[in-house]
Ligand binder design. Sequence first.
Ligand SMILES: *Cc1c(COP(=O)(O)O)cnc(C)c1O
Length: 463
Amino acid sequence: MRYVSTRGQAPVLSFEEAMLTGLARDGGLYVPETVPTMPPGAIAALAGLSYEEAAFRVMRPFVGDAFTDAEFEAIIGRAYAGFNHAARAPLAQIGPNHFLLELFHGPTLAFKDFAMQLIGQLFQAALERSGQRVTIVGATSGDTGSAAIEAFRGLSNVDVFILFPEGRVSEVQRRQMTTPAEDNVHALALKGDFDDCQARLKDMFNHFEFRDAVGLAGVNSINWARVLAQVVYYFTAAVSLGAPHRPVRFTVPTGNFGDIFAGYIAQRMGLPVEKLVIATNQNDILHRALTGGAYETKGVAPSISPSMDIQVSSNFERALFEAYGRDGAAVAGQMEDLKSKGGFAISQGALEFLRETFASGRASEAETTDTIRATFAATGLTICPHTAVGVKVAADQPASAAPMVTLATAHPAKFPDAVEAATGARPPLPKSMADLYDRPERVSPVENDLAALEALINERRKR
Ligand SMILES: *Cc1c(COP(=O)(O)O)cnc(C)c1O
């Protein structure tokens, strides 16, 4: 299996190379050269398997010869051993034909753990074999950072630096990043918003001298291995609800478009997905793009679902690449316009392609709060604000016989203020994290400045 860049100019890489490098050298994102398909019989045969067994079958063709079957099985086993639910990604029914896919039973209580725990084990295995050392730098709106730190803390061949927007993550998110004591992890509070964090990260990757000197590796949702890990739960959920014999719909609370793009890959592999619904909060660039055809940034308004407070949705580039018939030059042109003019118009053909697969909707702050309250009243389940955005948008979709699955992307205890404001009750942290508020914090403030960041990383990393 080979991987090509969405901008058509970077070297073609193997799975292992694409995983270790993250962002392509032409500024693009890696995607598989061809998407392998799973025939209906193979999909049906996933029924009754453990999550790990299903994960092996779904992901195996993408990994090529990077790992043997036995190695890959062991990696998957270690990745999900720390989850708090035997099913890993269980379903809960919240209405007639409407289900929640609970993706918050991992160690940092958000769906990011599915990808990050796997990628931690994949990196460890690959680096041990090669004796290489890498510097992982990630940008986070909150959940990626804690998941990355949890996955890489204490690993011997890796230094991890996480940039988060100062004052714009929840206290639980911040503490999950600042309390691990291992000296290979570094939480950096950047003076700016999440888009600034993401922009500085991209700058670092495009500064080849620095990139090569520190062995820069990316684990943001632009990393193909993360998208791949997320493909699995679309299969397990759909099969539980009758796929491949019955089509299923998914609504996905979306920011960087990584999670929902994994759903698109599942569909391309042959899973009968009737619709993938993009759910945004008030930062609704993706909803506006899909409905109006213009992808235009207009600044971020902080919301109660902060992990979706974003204007530049990195993984959307992967969808554009498909929508433009895999024309890297066309994608590069649009990304150039985005950088120089703050936006671009999606061609009519590309827009029609996207609307075949994707629908979209947005939830305001008030609607999000109302949905947390109403879901609790109707079902007794407490949902996080990101999940609530999804539940609201899912409820707005046209009726269909296909079951609707809304991805529950975080545990409510990660966003206690928003939940308490809606329901009156503060959701407790799970036992494993009960002392989070008592642990000492370690964090370095940093200016929104590339040179300052690079200097700090160079000084702190181990050699
Ligand atoms: C990251 C995150 C999202 C958005 O996921 P993308 O893959 O960036 O679209 C939604 N909800 C929560 C809780 C998250 O942590």
